[in-house]
Design a binder for this molecule. Structure first.
Ligand code: PSV
Ligand code: MN
Length: 399
């Protein structure tokens, strides 16, 4: 590895931050039910405390994404939640409205044909914008579950236009330094059509809604074999990449640990970002967020494992020799160009990461250090007792 590559790795380590999601610390499952874990977070206090642990042991997870219905409540002001975050050493990241759980959304939220239901959805978005302001969050990240289940059921064009109209009030409510992120997903929960099914649809709607709207790429929301790094490259080139939800998948939106199935794909995504940065001379400031619901893995360990994997892959991708790659690309030297990527992917960057941890007085190996801390056993016994007090025994619901 040459000096320039080493410098890029150092820089990448200093730059890289990744946000954890509150829902990744709580008991979650599938539509078939969920299995409780003694140490899983029960309330927002637990979730922020657990996120604080991940940041304390890794040093690069300083913010937490919140889901409006799951994390905010009428008896706790949003500012108090931000304060709570501070107490645990984390700040509030993306605010995620919930346009999918209420019974009124059976036939959609922003795309519902019923004016009153659309208005209720818009109201929820405006309340979410207010929560973002009160918690100091720069992002309102929207995942729209709207769609239909049977051919002929919905007027797809009508719904597309409704989407633009209903997102505009939110856009107007945001300040200049806030953004709407529009997430797409090809299917689930709707199985015939989804109103925002792919990146192109999110892109078009984002453009129509206004300049403070960008596209959010959730790595689990693509058909098998889709070239996600190409989507990322196009979004970078058009300045429309708003952020990521990281997870891995084998079949659909599996919510598996990032990099557990296809680490080379994650590397290729990061490579496109670094390559863009090299060409433009600026490191793109991209919100990297984890979106995983760990069904049966210990939650905090899973989050540390994910964050550390993301960091390692990000840093590996920074080691690509861009000058060399660029020369090979111009000359169509395929083997040599590909070798530039492979050399970086297979390079062992872990010793440099350990040095970085040493410099920042962080545990040299976060996962065993967290295990040795005894935190999980402590919270498990306290939360187990609290679950009994609260009468939480089992549940069939997802979140
Ligand atoms: C939907 O599958 C999704 O990816 C959205 O980002 C939601 O906010 C999140 O998962 C909930 O787990
Ligand atoms: Mn997501």
């Amino acid at each position: 590895m040459n000096q320039a590559q080493k410098q890029r790795i150092q820089q990448a380590l200093d730059d890289f931050r990744i946000e954890t999601p509150t829902w990744g610390f709580a008991d979650t499952g599938t539509r078939f039910g969920k299995f409780l874990q003694d140490a899983a977070a029960i309330d927002i206090n637990d979730k922020l405390a657990d996120a604080g642990q991940v940041h304390a042991f890794t040093g690069f997870c300083p913010s937490v994404a919140l889901h409006v219905l799951w994390d905010f409540s009428a008896d706790q002001p949003a500012s108090a939640i931000a304060q709570l975050g501070k107490k645990y050493g984390v700040r509030i990241g993306a605010i995620n409205p919930n346009l999918f759980q209420d019974q009124i959304y059976k036939y959609g939220s922003l795309c519902n044909r019923d004016d009153q239901i659309r208005s209720a959805a818009v109201k929820h978005l405006l309340e979410s914008a207010e929560l973002a302001k009160q918690t100091g969050s720069p992002l309102v990240a929207i995942w729209l579950a709207d769609g239909s289940n049977y051919p002929g059921q919905a007027n797809i064009r009508w719904r597309k236009r409704a989407l633009v109209e209903t997102l505009r009030p939110l856009h107007e409510a945001l300040t200049a330094d806030q953004q709407i992120l529009l997430e797409y997903k090809p299917f689930e929960p709707a199985f015939y059509h989804t109103d925002l099914a792919d990146w192109g649809m999110s892109y078009l709607i984002a453009k129509e809604v206004g300049p403070r709207t960008r596209v959010l790429v959730d790595t689990g929301h693509h058909y098998l074999s889709q070239n996600i790094e190409q989507i990322v490259a196009w979004l970078l080139d058009t300045e429309m990449l708003g952020g990521f939800h990281f997870n891995d998948r084998r079949y659909a939106d599996d919510d598996l640990t990032f990099g557990s199935i296809d680490p080379y794909q994650a590397f290729r995504i990061f490579h496109e970002i670094h390559f863009f940065g090299w060409e433009t001379g600026q490191t793109p400031q991209i919100p990297y967020m984890i979106d995983q619901s760990h069904i049966d893995k210990p939650k905090i360990e899973a989050m540390i494992q994910t964050a550390v994997t993301a960091q390692e892959l990000y840093v590996k991708a920074a080691a690509v020799d861009h000058e060399k790659l660029s020369r090979h690309q111009e000359r169509n030297e395929q083997v040599d160009a590909e070798e530039c990527l492979r050399a970086a992917f297979f390079a062992d960057v872990r010793p440099t990461i350990v040095e970085w941890r040493q410099q920042h007085k962080l545990p040299l190996d976060p996962l065993p250090a967290f295990r040795q801390s005894g935190y999980e056993a402590r919270v498990a016994s306290e939360r187990k007792a609290r679950r009994v007090e609260l009468g939480i025994t089992s549940s069939g619901s997802y979140a």
